[in-house]
Design a protein around this ligand. Structure first.
Ligand code: CMP
Length: 143
């Protein structure tokens, strides 16, 4: 069993039809999908999820973007999940993201940046719990 992280395929990437390509990159990078859903966030859910950014000047725009159309939260598992997933998606601003990263390939700018990724193991567990109950997570099983 590895560590967990929370990914979100954001409204821009879902709307642009990039969902399949992004999930393919995530799986090929060795992550296991523990839970996934397509959901249209409410304002209070988006505000709660991004509560740490409440005082930032972009908070209002960020919330409006995240509630504009559906997004896809995904709970992922892998050794070193948080760091490896952040490497896979690249810098927050796609202009600074490395070649081949998800944001370089699929994001438009720092706001419409295609995907979210947790920034620590502790926040990953909180963020997964924001979207999924324990019984929605795939349990390990022997085949
Ligand atoms: P995310 O990784 O989901 O975490 C916080 C989000 O805030 C970030 O991705 C961006 O979508 C958004 N964000 C961060 N900085 C800015 C900014 N300067 N202007 C607009 N949106 C931003």
């Amino acid at each position: 069993m590895g560590n967990k992280t929370l990914a979100i395929i954001k409204p821009d990437a879902v709307g642009n039809g990039y969902t399949g390509a992004i999930i393919d990159k995530i799986i090929k990078a060795g992550f296991k999908i523990k839970a996934m859903k397509m959901t249209h966030l409410t304002k209070s859910s988006a505000e709660g999820f991004y509560a740490v950014h409440t005082e930032r000047p972009f908070f209002g725009e960020l919330v409006e973007f995240m509630i504009s159309t559906p997004c896809i939260p995904i709970a992922l598992e892998k050794e070193n999940a948080v760091e490896d997933y952040r490497k896979l998606i690249g810098a927050t601003d796609p202009a600074n993201a490395a070649e081949g990263t998800i944001r370089k390939l699929f994001a438009k700018d720092i706001q419409f940046n295609a995907v979210h990724g947790s920034d620590s193991d502790e926040n990953a567990l909180k963020e997964i719990a924001h979207f999924f109950s324990t019984d929605e997570l795939l349990n390990n099983y022997s085949e």
